[in-house]
Write a protein that binds this ligand. Structure first.
Ligand SMILES: Cc1cc2nc3c(=O)[nH]c(=O)nc-3n(C[C@H](O)[C@H](O)[C@H](O)COP(=O)(O)OP(=O)(O)OC[C@H]3O[C@@H](n4cnc5c(N)ncnc54)[C@H](O)[C@@H]3O)c2cc1C
Length: 394
């Protein structure tokens, strides 16, 4: 079978590329449905972009690489597409846009776009050997137990990262990169809960509180959630992408509060109340109970010196914690690292040393923050690939 373009992976980036790559496109996936991660994303409502998307919201060895694709196809382009399809959406917080109804609307929209372009979609299809004769790619595909030899001018690798193997994630993109001699930035789990060697946070499981969490000179002001295994919540997921094993993170439990003034006020007003009771008016009671011994939170508020109140506030604003690890790819929302961007054109995502070979989406060493940025990268980088292929045919 001879085609123009074979796309491996019918996820967010692959479907976007397929819809724009012109005629003669076959897109395959080993899953039984296209866009499975879209379906479960954002609690089933898909946080499909962020109105505030800029290149600064992405991690990469080359922070400039994402600029070209993000400017060719921006969050506003995707918002227009969603709006044209009559999909109702709302902003939840911090520029994060979600479907009002269901993430399936986004998948249906992309499938319609692919149908309009005449794309063929093969599901439950495995990838066998890949060969390259200098001008064409010969790929063995296995579908319903049958082998198909496909010859394509362009091969697009859109198989994502390693996150959530249960949902079909594999390291295929890295294997293909290695086969063609392309460098890879070591993949690791990102946007992932952090774990601790003892079960020390177990008594706090379920407690959520606003924080500023800092690691590697980067801070996020969002909620932190204590879990049976350790720490989660948006602030921790965000910082996990910056945290390196063996390093501490610093948690500020009173990020926006003038707690010292409030404690001093309480001391002169309700001096006979227990210090822990006063603190529990500003922080979760279970957290204060948990910290009571470590911070010597004894006595009434009226008995506390200025120095003691200051020391309490200092401790609450810089709580150093040493994670043992993370929950790993089992629960990570994304995979950091991937195909080294030095190997790719930032405009077209084509491998510089292998004409016709493209990488897009999460497989590439560009990883977004939590909040719709990762899908925006998939749309932008997928669009860059698709339009570059279509332009070649012209
Ligand atoms: C639980 C969860 C929630 C998320 N929520 C959000 C969110 O709300 N907003 C946001 O911006 N990001 C979110 N993300 C991240 C986002 O889903 C990814 O960044 C995005 O899907 C990456 O797109 P992609 O097309 O590169 O890869 P994917 O969407 O992962 O698609 C890759 C495709 O390749 C297929 N594939 C893999 N290996 C093979 C193989 N060997 N053979 C054949 N096919 C293969 C897979 O089945 C899959 O369909 C979430 C991630 C998770 C895990």
């Amino acid at each position: 079978m001879k085609i123009n373009t074979l796309i491996l992976g019918a996820g967010a980036a692959g479907m976007m590329a397929a819809a724009h790559a012109g005629p003669g496109v076959l897109i395959i996936d080993h899953a039984k449905a296209a866009g499975e991660k879209i379906r479960i994303s954002g609690g089933g409502r898909c946080n499909f972009t962020n109105t505030g998307t800029t290149p600064a919201h992405f991690l990469s060895e080359n922070p400039h690489f994402a600029k070209s694709a993000l400017s060719q196809y921006s969050q506003w382009d995707f918002i227009n597409l969603v709006t044209d399809y009559g999909i109702a959406w709302h902003e939840k917080t911090l520029g994060q846009l979600f479907c009002d109804d269901t993430a399936k609307d986004i998948i249906a929209m992309l499938q319609t776009e692919m149908n309009k372009a005449g794309t063929q979609l093969w599901l439950k299809t495995d990838v066998g050997a890949i060969r390259h004769d200098g001008t064409h790619f010969q790929v063995t595909l296995i579908r319903d137990g049958q082998r198909h030899e496909v010859t394509a001018e362009n091969l697009v690798v859109a198989t994502g990262g390693k996150s959530i193997p249960k949902m079909g994630a594999t390291g295929l993109a890295y294997q293909i990169a290695a086969q063609f001699g392309l460098k890879i930035i070591a993949p690791r789990p990102g946007l992932v809960p952090l774990t601790f060697s003892d079960d020390k946070f177990k008594p706090l499981a379920g407690v959520s509180t606003p924080t500023r969490v800092t690691a590697d000179n980067t801070s996020f002001d969002e909620a932190l959630l204590f879990t049976h295994r350790g720490l989660s919540g948006p602030a921790v997921l965000q910082i996990s992408s910056y945290w390196q094993e063996g390093e501490t993170i610093t948690v500020n439990l009173i990020p926006a509060s003038d707690l010292l003034d409030k404690l001093k006020e309480a001391r002169s007003g309700v001096g006979r109340k227990a210090l822990t009771n006063i603190l529990s008016m500003h922080l979760p009671g279970r957290l204060i109970e948990f910290l009571k011994d470590d911070l010597s939170l004894q006595g009434n508020i009226g008995d506390q010196s200025d120095a003691k109140l200051q020391a309490i506030c200092d401790a609450l604003s810089a709580w150093p914690l040493l994670p043992a690890g993370s929950e790993g790819y089992r629960t990570a929302e994304v995979t950091l690292g991937g195909i080294d961007t030095d190997e790719l054109s930032s405009k077209t995502m084509e491998a510089k040393s292998v004409p016709g070979l493209y990488f897009t989406g999460e497989a590439v060493d560009v990883t977004g923050w939590l909040g719709g940025y990762n899908f925006q990268w998939a749309w932008s980088s997928g669009w860059a690939v698709g339009t570059a292929i279509a332009a070649k045919a012209d």
